[in-house]
Structure formats: structure tokens, C-alpha cells
Design a protein around this ligand. Sequence first.
Ligand SMILES: O=C(O)CCC(=O)C(=O)O
Length: 252
Amino acid sequence: MTALLTSDQVVSYRERGWILLDGLLELSPDALRDAVDEVATWGDEGEWMNHYEMTDYGRQLARSENFTPFSPALFDLLRTGAVARVAGELLGEAALLYKEKINYKLIGGAGFSPHQDQPAYPYVTSVLSVMIAVDDSTVENGCLFVATARHQELLAQDERGCLAPEVVADLEWMPVELRAGQTLFFHSLTPHRSGPNLSTKNRRALYPTYNGISEGDLRDAYYATKKDIFAHSEASDRVQLSLIGDFEGRPA
Ligand SMILES: O=C(O)CCC(=O)C(=O)O
């Protein structure tokens, strides 16, 4: 199979810790929006997981995850399509889907504290995060900010598993705006954060995470662990979406 990335693109990713790609998806932006809108209508009775947040506009859906077994369009997009192939080229071996989520960030939705993803991913070391923009993602509606070329090590953390304040102050943060249908691949140690959605439109994004095939198929183990931890977690001032406390949303 011919490579989808040039060797310059792979080198750039390895140096910078992220790469933005255009024109990769098999689905048009409209078809992508339809598939994500459908997941949002499923309700809470099922094997997928939905999480809610309180906003100034009321209780809103913040995240859905574990949906690819029930959405043929998103299964193909995330498991068998070009996104997984590029993830494999960046990991240096075939990529398996470790987990998948939709961050809805509807109008008034909260942002994410500065963090690295790796501490939220038990079991895997060779792992890659991806953001697929469902809506245009801008500074106003809460796009990602990243720190370039800072993915060589796990940086100091606070008690939530996010980056320690002195680390955050030391990093150079750069906004990465995406148009709907564009794809951002970033290393699991690339520091990133995002603000709230202060615009008048929703900012939905899909986030598949891949691990290298040499570490095995760990998706079921990840969701079993997550459901168990969430079933026993205590109430907090923030909604728990992840195995670290990166989400700044209020409990609903
Ligand atoms: O969707 C966003 O704004 C940021 C998401 C993020 O950093 C995460 O889910 O780990």
C-alpha cells in the first residue's frame, strides 16, 4: 500500500509533535455532521457513554464515547479509513483504535486545562491523539492551543493530572484553528489546552486515539476500566470526562 504521508511530513510530525492535514477524510463535512448528530440523538441507554455539563444555557451534552460499534459511518471513518492509516504511518506500525470520543463543546461549553494525554491512557505507551473538526474550530469557539516540540517527556503535573502551573507558564502556546473536515494528529505527550465556546455556534470535534499494533487491541480493556472507575468516582466541582481532571465543565 502506498504511503499517504511524505517522509517530510513524518519528519515534521516527529520534530513538532503535531501535524495538520486536509482532504484526508472519506466523509464530506455534511456527512460527518450528520453522523455526529445521529450519535447525539441516541440517549443514554446503551453501551456507549454520554457525559453532560451545566452551561449558562442549561444542561448540555459534553461528550459521547464508545460509539463506533453502533455507527457504521464512524466505524469506517475511524477504524478502516485513511485516518487510521496515517496514524500508523506516524506511529511507525499499524494503528489500532484505542478509544474514540466526540467533544461537543456546544454554545457555552467549557474548555480543557493544559495537559498531556498520555497520563489518561493506561496500558499503552505508543499512542497518538487525533482531532477531526466537525465544525470549524476557532479561537472564539474553543480551538486547541498546542506547545510545539515539547513532546519528548512527561512534564510536571498538578493534583488533577494536568500540567503544573509553572510548566504552563513556561510553555509557548499557539492556537491551531481547523476548518470542518481537517484533521490534526498530535503526540500523546504534546501539551495542549482549549478555551470555552464563547461563540454563537456549536464546535463539535471527533477525537480517535490509536495505539501501535505491537501493544495489542486494548479498546475493550480501556472502556471496562473507565466504566469501573466512573462508577466509583466521587462528586467534584468539575465534570469527570477523562481519567485525568482536564475538563473544566460544571456538573449538570
Ligand atoms: O475539545 C477540546 O477543546 C479539547 C479536548 C481535549 O484536550 C481532550 O479531550 O483531551
